[in-house]
Design a protein around this ligand. Structure first.
Ligand SMILES: CC(C)=CCC/C(C)=C/CC/C(C)=C/CC/C(C)=C/COP(=O)(O)O
Length: 282
C-alpha cells in the first residue's frame, strides 16, 4: 500500500496507482499518450474510455487537472501488466549502459597508449589462437594426416562445427548489427565484412564450442582439460581487454558457442557420410 503522502504526490504528478501482477502498487503516468497498441487492444471497454478521456485536448495541452479525468481510480490489473514492458526497457537500457561503461573501462589493451598497452602483443597472440583460420587449417590438416577412421570422423566433425560456427555468427552479426566499441582499432587479420559488427563475439563462440568439442573427444588428461578451459576463458577476456568487444558480446558468445556444440552433436556426421566424402576427395 502506498503511504498517503505517496498517494498525494502521485495525484500531483498525474499518476495513477494500481496493483501489478505481484500485488505491489505501481504508478503509471497519465500525462503521456498511451501507446497505440494499448488503445487498440482495449477496444471499447471502460478502461479505454478512461484512457481516451485522459487524452482530451485540454489534457494534452496540460491545462486540465491531472486527476480529474480518472478520478484517481484504480486501473484493472491487466493494464498494469501491459505497462511492464517499459520496466523491461529501462532494465535493458541500464544493462546496456553498464555494459558500455564496463567495456570501456576494461579495454585496457585497446591500443599501445592504453594503460596496459604493453600487453597488447600478447593479447593479439591469444586472439590468433581463437581465430577461424588456424582452427580450420589445423582441423583440415589433421583430417588429411589422420590414419584411423575414428580420428577422421572427429576431425571432419570439427571442420563441420567450425564452418557452422562461422555461418551462425555471421548471420547473427548481420541481423543484430551492433557496432564495435568506439575505442577498438580494427586491425584484425582476415575478417569478413560482417566482422565489422560486434555481437556476438566470434572468438568467444568458437572458444566455447571448440573447448566443449576438445573435452568431449580429444583431451582426456585432467591438467590439459583445465588448460583448455583456461584458454577458452582467456580468449573471451582478451576480446574485451583488446577493446574488440563489449562484455555482453562475449558473454552471449560463450552461451552461443556452448549451445552450438549441442547442435554439432545432433548433426554429427557418421562414418558412412565420412566414407563417401573421403571417396569424393580422392
Ligand atoms: C584454412 C582453411 C582450411 C580454410 C580457410 C577458409 C576461410 C577463408 C576461412 C575464414 C575464416 C575467417 C576469416 C574467420 C573470421 C574470424 C574472425 C576475425 C572473427 C571475428 O571474431 P570476433 O570475436 O571479433 O567477433
Amino acid at each position: 500500500m502506498p503511504s498517503p503522502k505517496a498517494r498525494s504526490s502521485a495525484a500531483r504528478s498525474g499518476s495513477v496507482p494500481c496493483t501489478g501482477g505481484n500485488g505491489r502498487y505501481e504508478f503509471i503516468s497519465l500525462s503521456r499518450t498511451p501507446p497505440p497498441h494499448l488503445l487498440q487492444r482495449q477496444g471499447s471497454d471502460p478502461t479505454t474510455a478512461r484512457l481516451r478521456a485522459s487524452e482530451s485536448p485540454n489534457r494534452r495541452r496540460g491545462s486540465g487537472s491531472s486527476t480529474s479525468s480518472t478520478g484517481g481510480q484504480q486501473l484493472p490489473e491487466e493494464d498494469c501488466m501491459k505497462l511492464n514492458p517499459s520496466i523491461i526497457g529501462i532494465a535493458l537500457s541500464s544493462l546496456l549502459a553498464i555494459d558500455l561503461w564496463l567495456s570501456k573501462r576494461l579495454g585496457v589493451c585497446a591500443c599501445e597508449d592504453s594503460s596496459w598497452g604493453s600487453v597488447r602483443p600478447l593479447m593479439k597472440l591469444v586472439e590468433i589462437s581463437g581465430h577461424g583460420i588456424p582452427w580450420l587449417a589445423g582441423a583440415a590438416y589433421c583430417l588429411y594426416k589422420s590414419d584411423s577412421a575414428a580420428g577422421q570422423e572427429v576431425m571432419l566433425n570439427l571442420l563441420m562445427a567450425l564452418v557452422l560456427d562461422l555461418v551462425l555468427v555471421g548471420v547473427m552479426k548481420a541481423v543484430v548489427r551492433r557496432r564495435r566499441p568506439a575505442h577498438n582499432r580494427m586491425d584484425m587479420f582476415a575478417t569478413f565484412s560482417v566482422d565489422g559488427y560486434s555481437f556476438p563475439s566470434g572468438h568467444a563462440t568458437r572458444a566455447a564450442m571448440c573447448a566443449r568439442f576438445l573435452l568431449a573427444h580429444l583431451v582426456l588428461a585432467a591438467p590439459l582439460r583445465v588448460l583448455v578451459l583456461l584458454w577458452a576463458t582467456f580468449v573471451g577476456f582478451s576480446r574485451v581487454l583488446l577493446g574488440r568487444h563489449h562484455v555482453t558480446d562475449v558473454v552471449f558468445g560463450f552461451f552461443m558457442g556452448y549451445w552450438q556444440y549441442n547442435l554439432v552433436e545432433i548433426l554429427w556426421l557418421s562414418p558412412v557420410v565420412l566414407q563417401s566424402t573421403i571417396g569424393q576427395l580422392h
